[in-house]
Design a protein around this ligand. Structure first.
Ligand code: CA
Length: 211
């Protein structure tokens, strides 16, 4: 039996030509809306993310935790400023394989790297700083991984942390309390919706002040 990842990418390849990121994302959205739910960042929150990516410096570095099918990896990859790169961390081998294929199909392998491993294991192996961090993996790990990112000097003053799925459904209270009360961030909740639904969701955008 093919996995949902394989089915989604097979559908995408049948609908979108290689290298056409807009068509590839639209095909993923079509699959997520009309076939099986996909936990992609989706067409409503996606532009909030790409606006943040495009605002990063030339040669900047973006870190993504949780890549799933590579939807957000190519969304970020296609919006990167000149010379900027994305490092994605993904624990599930099936997701890693599909995310890499999605990145290759989108023609973004020169600027997007997907690393297989658990976030908590991989964070200490990375070298900073990252200008933008996109948190989209297990919600229970958001707080501990963000603290590990700080401890391993992966942020600079002014780095932005964009956390998906912090609305009422997942409600990662500890994370929201940490970014609000640690004094390390200027932070704001942006109301949105769960991808492909009308249910409330939100993203938390936090700018690092330093410790
Ligand atoms: Ca998500």
């Amino acid at each position: 039996m093919p996995t949902i990842h394989q089915k989604a990418l097979g559908f995408v390849k049948s609908k979108a030509p290689p290298g056409d990121v807009t068509a590839i994302l639209a095909a993923f959205d079509d699959y997520g809306t009309n076939h099986e739910f996909l936990m992609n960042v989706g067409p409503e929150k996606g532009p909030m993310l790409t606006a943040m990516v495009a605002a990063q410096p030339e040669g900047g570095r973006v870190l993504e935790l949780g890549c799933f099918c590579g939807y957000s990896s190519i969304l970020i990859g296609s919006a990167l400023p000149s010379g900027a790169t994305l490092t994605g961390i993904e624990i599930d081998p099936d997701s890693v394989a599909i995310a890499r294929q999605t990145v290759e199909y989108a023609g973004l392998s020169d600027r997007v790297e997907i690393i297989e491993g658990g976030s908590s294991d991989m964070i200490p192996t990375l070298t900073g700083p990252f200008d933008l961090v996109f948190l989209d993996h297990w919600k229970d790990l958001y707080k501990t991984d963000l603290i590990a990112i700080e401890s391993n000097n992966l942020l600079r003053v002014g780095s932005t942390v964009f956390a998906d799925n912090v609305g009422p459904l997942f409600n990662p209270e500890e994370y929201l309390e940490y970014v609000s009360t640690s004094g390390h961030y200027d932070t704001k909740y942006h109301k949105s919706h769960i991808e492909y639904t009308n249910r409330e969701d939100g993203v938390e955008i936090s700018v690092y002040r330093g410790k």
